[in-house]
Design a binder for this molecule. Structure first.
Ligand code: AMP
Ligand code: MN
Ligand code: MN
Length: 316
């Protein structure tokens, strides 16, 4: 097995990063690794770079150590990228990746293109957090590492219900629970709890959703002016696409929000038939069979037209 320890020989400085707009698995796996290395290898100098994280994740130990900018120039002995399928997804931290002596990618995306010098990729696993746990020494995992990894698994498995959830996922979750974490609060406070405006925007997205292909597809969109009106960020839209997906009869859910005029972040989810990672990859994105994402340009009409054409190829 590819233990993390095997990559640390001769290494004094480690840089860690995840993907842009970090989600629960990205933050959980990155902080899990950061906490594991700083606790068990105090002689290492470890730096963690991420874009801004939602307030609900701040309780994780050492979230205050995350560096949110890439102003400083650093040459790391080892640079580790988690939960990212390609180099474009890591954003500005690519400058550290390019200069590092050794690079390692730990990921679970089927679309991963093995961009690092060493790649530990397993697309069968629920999350980068699940994979990372398998690379750690169980005895060296403390409560704070466990909290971060449990959170990551919970988020990417939709609280242990998506098809990426396996016996292995549950067994690891069980071991993490044994470390004394508050597993109820992690799920309630970071996955289910919604602020008032998050509920408002969810309600609005559902109200304005449109079904097509005989109810097999559903889409909804949030435009830039609504971000301003409700004073929200993209992190407030977590969970909207999942609510669309569980609509009775729906196979594919599409949720899009405007990032720049005529530029949209697309989230795709499916139930059992359509491989949405293929659809996302066709337009330059990626992800997993049942959950994928991509950035697209044009009007809402263009985007939906292009996506639905690719989806229909798989709808049989
Ligand atoms: P999201 O809809 O953003 O929650 O993403 C669903 C899955 O697709 C996640 O595992 C993402 O890492 C992946 N994904 C989202 N956007 C992209 C993209 N532009 N390129 C590659 N993978 C993506
Ligand atoms: Mn992620
Ligand atoms: Mn993930």
């Amino acid at each position: 097995m590819n233990k993390i320890e095997n990559y640390l020989e001769g290494v004094k400085t480690v840089g860690i990063t995840g993907h842009r707009r970090p989600d629960g698995d990205c933050i959980g796996s990155c902080l899990g690794l950061y906490n594991y290395l700083t606790k068990n290898y105090p002689e290492l100098s470890v730096s963690l770079y991420l874009e801004s994280i939602a307030d609900k994740f701040v309780f994780l130990k050492n979230s205050d150590k995350i560096i949110f900018n890439t102003e400083k120039d650093e040459e790391f002995d080892l640079f580790i990228v988690l939960d990212s399928s390609d180099l474009e997804r890591i954003g500005e931290t690519v400058k550290y990746f390019d200069k590092a002596k050794k690079t390692l990618c730990i990921d679970h995306h089927i679309s991963n293109n093995n961009f690092a010098m060493e790649n530990v990729v397993d697309a069968k696993l629920s999350s980068a957090s699940e994979l990372l746990y398998m690379m750690l020494d169980e005895d060296k995992v403390d409560k704070y590492v466990a909290e971060a990894l449990y959170l990551g698994i919970v988020h990417d498995s939709g609280v242990f219900k998506y098809s990426n959830t396996s016996y292995n996922t549950m067994a690891i979750a069980g071991k993490l629970m044994e470390k004394g974490i508050d597993f109820t609060s992690i799920i309630d406070d970071t996955f289910y709890t919604k602020t008032y405006v998050q509920n408002q925007i969810l309600g609005r997205a559902l109200l304005e959703s449109v079904v097509f292909y005989d109810g097999k597809c559903i889409f909804s969109v949030v435009k830039k002016d609504e971000f301003d009106f409700y004073n929200i960020t993209s992190a407030d839209l977590d969970g909207v696409v999942e609510q669309l997906r569980i609509t009775k009869g729906v196979e594919v859910a599409i949720f899009m929000y405007e990032t720049e005029p005529m530029e949209y972040k697309i989230s795709l989810r499916s139930k059992s038939e359509v491989d949405v990672s293929k659809v996302a990859e066709y337009f330059g994105g990626g992800g997993h069979i049942r959950a994928a994402g991509v950035m697209m340009h044009g009007t809402v009409y263009d985007v939906i037209n292009n996506l639905s054409e690719q989806i229909s190829l798989q709808l049989g």
